[in-house]
Structure formats: structure tokens, C-alpha cells
Design a protein around this ligand. Structure first.
Ligand code: CP
Length: 285
């Protein structure tokens, strides 16, 4: 574990009020932001779309304005529509943190993924990170591509052509269509959730075909004869994009080391830092 829980508890946000405005479901992001905010002494307001007045036709912006009238200092926004956090940011002068908007960005997930990879490798300069699966619908992939390349890592994506964005070649990253080749190249793998709510239909012949061609299993890892840290933002579809063996093996030796729960632990620390840096009054420099 990266951080001692007791070290993380300090009242730097005492008296602040933070709204967790989740218009879409979440487990990891929501709870880690809530733990982080409470550890820093902030008061948290939990909002979920299904139990709010959105169901009576109130708009997102009116909802935010009403929360603002309750003296909220910061909004943490999860929304199924791309661009919604930015839209809210333009309609309030309070702090707005994007906790995942549609298929656009998930910045704090990328920060915690990058932190986890830096814990493992030290520096990311020249480290080859392969992002596997449903790139098209993935806000995690987009944020990680920007973050990892900024820190000097080499990034590649691998997945079926139907699940790659048409502008992938403009991102300055490698593209693999064969998983064995991609694994041979990579120092680390970030496996993405196959977004079953979006990625079936015309995108894939069947889940079995996807799993056979792009599922990360011990059999595939065994072929490359090297040890690979494996990340996944969660939630996972067990035995579809990742086998249970790969997801659960947290100790070497083996073909791979699962970083999945380490990522979740690091999420609290990273989100604590984000909240403190953004909201806590900073001394003049
Ligand atoms: N990784 C992630 O964003 O998970 P949740 O949807 O559970 O927050």
C-alpha cells in the first residue's frame, strides 16, 4: 500500500463542501473521492441521478445551480455524456473535477494508472505501455495516452479495428491488430473493459470471438516469456477481456502481476492530492 491511512488524514479542507455529482454509476471513483474528501475534513454531499429531481425533468445545469446555492465549494462530476464536465465548468465559478465524461476523458483514472506504473518502473521514460481492447469507447484510454506520452512513455493500442477510433493514427502511437505481437512489444499492459452496453451489436461478431482473439490469458502471456504488470481500470468482465488467473495474480513469480487492487488503493492517494491541490488555499509563492 502506498500511503498510510493515518498520514492521509489532515483537516486541510475543513469547512469545505464537496458535491459528488454522479449522473452515471460508479464504485471506485465515487468511493475514493469520498474517502479522500472526508480524510481532508471536507463535508461531502452525495448525489445520484436516479434519486434526484432529474427524474422530474430538472436540467443538469439547474441541478448544479441549486447545489451551488447550498454553498458547495467543488463539484466532482461523473456523466455519461462527453463534454458535460466542461459544460458545468463554464456555468459555475466553483471548482469542477471531471470524474469521467462519456467516452472523452477520465483524468484522475489516468493519474492513478500513471502513479501505479511509476511505482513499478520508477521512471516512465521509454517504457512501452500497451492499451488493449475497446479503445473507441474508452475515456480511460484517451486520458492515459495524453498522460503517458507527456511523461515519455511509448504507447500502443491493440484491439479489433471496429473498436479503434478513426483518428488513432493521428495520436502518434503504435497500433497492433495482433495481441501476441503487441504483448511481445510491451513492458506493461492496460486492459480495458469491453463496454458491453455499447460494444456489442455491429462492433463484434460475438463475445467468444472477442475473448478468443483479444482476451488476456495465461496461455497468451506464457508465449512471450517475460513478466508483465497488468492494469485494468475496473470494473472487469472476468473471462471476457481478462482471465480470472491474470486478474487475481498479485504476487510474482508468474507470467504477469496484477496491479488492479493496487490501482484502487492508489486512487485514494491520487484523488486526495487532486482535491488538496485544487481546493485547499495555497500559500502565496
Ligand atoms: N475505473 C472507474 O472509473 O471505475 P468506476 O466506474 O467504478 O468509478
Amino acid at each position: 500500500m502506498f500511503i498510510n491511512q493515518e498520514d492521509a488524514i489532515r483537516p486541510s479542507l475543513k469547512g469545505k463542501r464537496i458535491a459528488l455529482a454522479f449522473f452515471e454509476n460508479s464504485t471506485r471513483t465515487r468511493f475514493s473521492f469520498e474517502i479522500a474528501a472526508r480524510n481532508l475534513g471536507a463535508q461531502t454531499l452525495n448525489f445520484s441521478a436516479s434519486s434526484s429531481s432529474l427524474s422530474k425533468g430538472e436540467s443538469m445545469i439547474d441541478t448544479i445551480r441549486n447545489l451551488e446555492a447550498m454553498r458547495v465549494d467543488a463539484f466532482i462530476i461523473r456523466h455519461p455524456s462527453s463534454g458535460s464536465a466542461e459544460m458545468i465548468g463554464k456555468s459555475t465559478d466553483k471548482h469542477v473535477i471531471n470524474a469521467g465524461d462519456g467516452s472523452r476523458e477520465h483524468p484522475t483514472q489516468a493519474l492513478l494508472d500513471i502513479f501505479t506504473l511509476r511505482e513499478y518502473f520508477g521512471s516512465l521514460e521509454g517504457i512501452k505501455v500497451m492499451i488493449l481492447g475497446d479503445i473507441l469507447h474508452s475515456r480511460v484510454a484517451r486520458s492515459n495516452i495524453f498522460g503517458l506520452t507527456t511523461l515519455g512513455a511509448e504507447v500502443a493500442v491493440c484491439g479489433p479495428a471496429t473498436l479503434l477510433p478513426v483518428d488513432t493514427s493521428r495520436l502518434g502511437i503504435r497500433i497492433f491488430s495482433q495481441l501476441d505481437e503487441a504483448l511481445g512489444w510491451a513492458d506493461a499492459a492496460i486492459v480495458l473493459r469491453l463496454q458491453l452496453e455499447r460494444a456489442t451489436g455491429g462492433y463484434l461478431p460475438s463475445l467468444q470471438d472477442y475473448s478468443f482473439t483479444f482476451g488476456l490469458t495465461d496461455e497468451r502471456l506464457e508465449k512471450i516469456k517475460k513478466h508483465l504488470p497488468v492494469l485494468h481500470p475496473g470494473p472487469i468482465n472476468r473471462e471476457i477481456e481478462i482471465s480470472g488467473n491474470v486478474a487475481d495474480r498479485i504476487q510474482p513469480p508468474g507470467f504477469s502481476q496484477s496491479m488492479l487492487l493496487e490501482q484502487v488503493t492508489n486512487g485514494v492517494a491520487v484523488r486526495t492530492a487532486v482535491l488538496e491541490l485544487l481546493i485547499s488555499p495555497q500559500p502565496d509563492t
